[in-house]
Structure formats: C-alpha cells, structure tokens
Design a protein around this ligand. Structure first.
Ligand code: C2E
Ligand code: MG
Ligand code: MG
Ligand code: MG
Length: 291
C-alpha cells in the first residue's frame, strides 16, 4: 500500500494496483445512476403452451440503456450489480416495470402472466414475499399474473431460506419456476426439495437435439421426469422448427426461444400476439408424430 496525500490533508491508503477496483467503482456509480435515472428497461420473450399454441405469458429480461454505450444485455452488468449489493433495488424496479406493462396488456384484453427473474440473494430475504404481495396489490393484479423464476445455482447454500420464501410465494398464489434446470449440481435433489410449479430446461440441452440422439434422449426423459414430479416443463432456447416438433412429440408443456420470438419491447407485445395467431395454424401441436 502507498500512502497518498489529498488536498484536504487527509491521507488515504490505497492498493498500488488499483486500476481494477477503480474501474469497478466507476461502474458501480454508473449502475446506481442507472437505477435512479430510469435507464433500466425490459424486453419480453413469449412462452407458448405447446398443446393449445396459446401464449401463456412472457418473461421479463432486463436491459441497461447506457447513456453513451447503447443497450446492454444483463450478462454485462448483473454480476457487478450483485457485487455492489444492488440486486434488491433492481428486482423492485423490474417488478414495477413488468407489472405496469402487464396491467396494460390486460387492459387491452391479453390475460398474460409475466415471469420475473429473481436472484438467490433476494430470494433469501424473508421480506420478499411481502414485497411481492405489496407490488401486486399496488398494480391491482391477481397473484396468478406473476411467475417468479429462480436459478437452482445460487440456492445451494441457502436451501432452507429459499424453501420458506418459495413456499410463501406459492401460498399466496404466485407461481415459482426453477430456471436453467440442469446446469447446477445435484439438480434432481433440488427439484424434490424446492417448492415449484415448473422447471425450465436450460437451453444448452436443446442445442444438439436435432442431430444427437443421446441429447434428444436426455431432453425426452427430463420431460417425463418433470411430469412424474407433477411439474410443468418449459424448454428454453427453442431455435428451430425441428426442435419444436420434437418437443411437441415428447409432450413438453411449454416452449420459449428465438423460433417463437426474440425478446421484444412491451409496446410490441400486443401486435406480436396477433401475428402469432396466424403463424400458429402452421405449427405441429403436442403429440403429433414427427417421424
Ligand atoms: P434466463 O432467465 O435463462 O433467460 C434466457 C436467456 O436466453 C435470455 O438472455 C434470452 O434472451 C436468451 N434466449 C432466449 N431464447 C433464446 C434462443 O432461442 N437462443 C439463444 N441462444 N438464446 C435465447 P438475456 O436476456 O441476455 O438474459 C440472460 C440472463 O440474465 C437470464 O437468463 C437471467 O438469468 C438473467 N436476467 C435477465 N433479466 C434479469 C432480471 O431482471 N433480473 C435478474 N436477476 N436476472 C435477469
Ligand atoms: Mg429466466
Ligand atoms: Mg434460463
Ligand atoms: Mg440463463
């Protein structure tokens, strides 16, 4: 450490090699500003019920409208937000934006549910259930309008607290979704211990099903496993009509991915729903054979 004089005469001790932490201090200040100045935006990606072809809901995906750097995806700023302890603030903001849009869609006749991603660090807060109840009330929405998505990943060390929160959400009528299923360790054990309504099979499992029979078998048997545990299963990252057709044949409940739609703005959702109705008539439904 080097002692440095400052103009106020105080001495501050700073690590000699501090470029990294200085950069991240700057980023933290920017992220606070992002939250304060309304630079947080959402995009929405539809979830399709494969049996009826109906859009059951949309997932809210956060973006940062950087003042000079364009629209930034979550992978570029969520880790730093987590380190800066800003995830609770972010989750509140995302809930507020998502529920506001949800009210708009419903007023226009589209009874969509909205899925919101919530990190483990927020799930362990015993006050989270009350926060959610308060937000729903404030927006005049029923609990069925909201799905909370959690990744099994961060929950490993906080299983009991997570169980309590998730059970509290479900008691209130908010659905719980286990995101990125299959990426964590001991995932099967988690499925049984975490109160949930659905699992989302991580997109990396979908990547090879069109050409690799064992990848296809993993997905097919995971669908059966979920059903044996009375969970709905959602396939993430469905990119091709072939994947869609296989999943439909395997009785997968819901699909999400670029094949259906890329994430879109809240304003676009209503007109997109109309276009989807036209496309739907040409898609294979669940149970139809693909061979
Ligand atoms: P996730 O919740 O698993 O969301 C799915 C991600 O996959 C999204 O990326 C989505 O745009 C992308 N995706 C969807 N369909 C396809 C597809 O067919 N092919 C490919 N290659 N990708 C697809 P995105 O928006 O960049 O989000 C990344 C992750 O950031 C999310 O993964 C989620 O874990 C996290 N995240 C997003 N929004 C929030 C938020 O509001 N709060 C928190 N805590 N995390 C968020
Ligand atoms: Mg998600
Ligand atoms: Mg996921
Ligand atoms: Mg993911």
């Amino acid at each position: 450490y080097t002692a440095k004089g400052t103009h106020s005469g105080q001495r501050v001790y700073a690590p000699d090699c501090q470029l990294g932490s200085r950069a991240s201090l700057g980023l933290r200040a920017d992220l606070r500003e992002a939250l304060d100045e309304g630079q947080i935006e959402l995009r929405y990606q539809p979830k399709v019920d494969m049996r009826s072809g109906r859009i059951s809901g949309v997932e809210a995906l956060v973006r940062w409208r950087h003042p000079t750097g364009g629209l930034r995806p979550p992978d570029l700023f969520l880790p730093e937000m987590e380190r800066a302890g800003l995830m609770e603030l972010l989750t509140r903001r995302v809930l507020d934006l998502a529920l506001t849009d949800c009210v708009r869609w419903r007023a226009a006749g589209a009874t969509l549910a909205v899925s919101v991603n919530v990190p483990a660090s927020v799930i362990v807060d015993p006050g989270f259930v009350d926060l959610v109840r308060g937000e729903l009330e404030l927006h005049g929405l029923p609990p069925s309008a909201l799905v909370v998505e959690v990744t099994e990943d961060g929950l490993i060390t906080v299983l009991e607290k997570a169980q309590r929160t998730l059970a509290g959400l479900r008691d209130h009528g908010v659905r719980v979704s286990l995101d990125d299923y299959g990426t964590g360790l001991c995932s099967l054990a988690y499925l049984l211990e975490l109160p949930a309504d659905e699992v989302k099979l991580d997109q990396r499992f979908l990547r090879d099903i069109d050409r690799d029979p064992s990848a296809a078998e993993i997905v097919r048997s995971t669908v059966s496993l979920a059903h044996a545990l009375s969970l709905r299963i959602v396939a993430e990252g469905v990119e091709t009509s072939r994947s869609w057709a296989s999943l439909a044949a395997w009785q997968c409940d819901e699909a999400q991915g670029y094949f259906v739609s890329r994430p879109m703005t809240g304003e676009r959702v209503l007109s997109w729903l109309k276009e989807w109705d036209d496309r739907l008539r040409r898609l294979p439904q669940v149970g139809e054979s693909t061979m």
